[in-house]
Design a protein around this ligand. Sequence first.
Ligand code: PGA
Length: 255
Amino acid sequence: MNKDCRKAVIAGNWKMNKTPAETTGLINDLKPLIKNAGCDVVVCVPYVDLQTALECTQGTNIKVGAQNCHWEKSGAFTGEISASMLKEMGVQYVIIGHSERRTYFGDTDLTVKSRTRAALDSGMTVILCVGEYLEQREQDITFEVISTQLKIALDSVTDKELDKIIIAYEPVWAIGTGKTATAQQANEANKFIRHLISQLYNKDAAEKIVIQYGGSMNASNADELLSQPDIDGGLIGGASLKTEDFASIVKAASV
Ligand code: PGA
């Protein structure tokens, strides 16, 4: 499969970090460092920072994403935000199914599917996260887990809509732990995902889909991870909050 037909995407997942004022500072520091990026750059910020991020990134190559969305357009869902609300603001990307949502906030494969549907119906690009827990890797069921997560999430997604899906393979044991998957482990999982896409859709779709790796990617290991044939970018947590580090990762994805 030819990597050249895909443009890498480096997305920062800020998680529950940064106030609106801090968002302005971080994005303004980042802008000059990544202005010549040869990959797509996205910052996925907390809901309350979205407006600020959209304003600060106007006219730049930085795109803005949210970290979740609800599956209904509106209604009695206290504390939730709908995909159509995000879309109307100008938000282009949304992370769905992050393991922290699955672990701490009760997201399931079925809610991930509904959220994905809603985001696509609103015209946003979904960064769809999948990945196994350490126990699952130790039981040698990593591929079964990823396969189930993807089959359910993509159940209603058409060939055409797949253009608006980015898959992020994030082994849960590597997130925020400083324990990165080896480049070989990460590529093996991404390759498996690409093969699954060719089975669920077709070879062309598999060749085109962007599959990121996420989990303690940083300025030191990005080069090796991003040079793997099936790793098309990264979903970056901790290192996305440090402008120099994030810019180094963008640079590593730009070659
Ligand atoms: P990390 O987070 O880079 O801090 O491990 C990645 C993620 O949760 O998307």
